[in-house]
Design a protein around this ligand. Structure first.
Ligand SMILES: Cc1cc2nc3c(=O)[nH]c(=O)nc-3n(C[C@H](O)[C@H](O)[C@H](O)COP(=O)(O)OP(=O)(O)OC[C@H]3O[C@@H](n4cnc5c(N)ncnc54)[C@H](O)[C@@H]3O)c2cc1C
Length: 307
């Protein structure tokens, strides 16, 4: 690995200063579980890493109507938050199956988004909850919906020096249920495909539906055509099958080392159907995993959660 400088600024201005000094030859580092590996693999060459761990005000979980997660919040802290487990199950499930405890102890939610992998597990839950990110940089502050944050594999709308300061999830409406499902080659691996669903129910009618999937396009994507199939309807098994079929058509996967395009299309449909069923089950409708035709060994098991 090429030698590089390492800086640990205490303030945002100091951090911007280092990025300015190295003119594109430096990167921020949070937990380092993506960026250090890419350096070791020589996938990127840098003269400096600028750590965000010493900058105050970048981490923490706060609720004031909306939920705010600091960009430097550890995945482990999100996993251990009772509030997130209870009220934001899609996000909790995504973090729960992300990598392993060693990684989650150092990796951050901001790093997961800024790394911009199409398979990033935190992206689909944040997409269905219509989260936005607060970005701050040398030129000022701005708010970016997660839906427009990703530009392609490894690319985001962040400008040089900008920092993802926080993620805001709007207050959930009454009657909301949500869920996340992931399929990987083995446990701890990144997703072959992942999916999240959010429903807002009024009686037995779904008044709001949000669906998203990862590793099925250059960026994690909302499935807006599928959402419109569900909104305003009573959800039954026939509609779930229709949504699965539509999801297979709406995704834009490629063939790579983890899966073929055809396989991803098929499984994306099934995962979206299951995530939607789980979101409904979470809210209180009688759908359960067991009505679906997927092996149960990779499903989210609420009972196995640590207390
Ligand atoms: C063994 C292993 C298993 C893994 N499994 C999974 C998995 O199952 N699912 C999954 O989604 N990921 C997985 N990952 C990838 C990784 O752990 C996550 O993406 C993690 O959330 C990255 O966070 P980090 O803090 O380590 O980011 P870093 O590596 O520190 O940074 C990643 C990128 O984001 C930038 N960055 C970080 N924070 C900020 C910020 N606040 N503002 C601006 N830029 C920033 C950095 O400059 C860098 O380009 C795995 C990694 C390993 C090593």
């Amino acid at each position: 690995m090429k030698r590089f400088e390492y800086y640990q600024p205490r303030t945002l201005d100091e951090a911007y200063g280092y990025m300015e000094r190295f003119q594109g030859r430096a990167k921020y580092v949070a937990g380092g579980t993506d960026v250090i590996i890419r350096l070791k693999q020589r996938a990127i060459k840098l003269d400096a890493l600028v750590s965000l761990t010493g900058v105050s005000g970048l981490s923490g979980i706060r609720v004031k109507g909306d939920l705010t997660l600091g960009g430097m919040t550890l995945l482990r802290d999100i996993e251990r938050s009772d509030l997130i487990k209870k009220h934001y199950p899609a996000l909790h499930q995504a973090v729960w199956v992300l990598a392993n405890p060693q990684v989650r102890n150092v990796a951050t939610i901001g790093g997961n988004l800024c790394n911009a992998a199409p398979s990033a597990d935190c992206a689909p839950p944040l997409l269905v909850m219509e989260a936005s990110v607060r970005v701050e940089g040398p030129e000022g502050k701005r708010e970016v919906p997660v839906d427009t944050f990703f530009r392609g594999p490894g690319a985001t709308v962040l400008k040089p020096g900008e920092i993802l300061k926080a993620i805001t999830i709007p207050r959930l409406q009454e009657g909301t249920g949500s869920a996340f499902i992931k399929m990987g080659r083995v446990s701890q691996d990144i997703a072959k495909i992942n999916a999240a669903a959010l429903v807002v129910m009024d009686g037995d009618v779904c008044v709001r539906c949000r669906l998203a999937a990862g590793a099925v396009a250059p960026v994690p994507m909302r499935l807006k055509r599928c959402e419109s199939l569900v909104e305003g309807k009573r959800v039954d098994l026939r509609l779930l099958a229709e949504v699965a079929d539509a999801a297979s058509k709406e995704v834009r996967p490629i063939t790579d080392v983890r899966s073929t395009e055809e396989y991803r299309r098929q499984v994306a449909g099934v995962l979206i159907k299951r995530a939607l069923g789980d979101a409904l089950a979470h809210w209180g409708t009688p759908f359960t995993f067991t009505v679906f035709d997927i092996p149960a060994d990779w499903r989210y098991d609420k009972d196995s959660h640590p207390s």
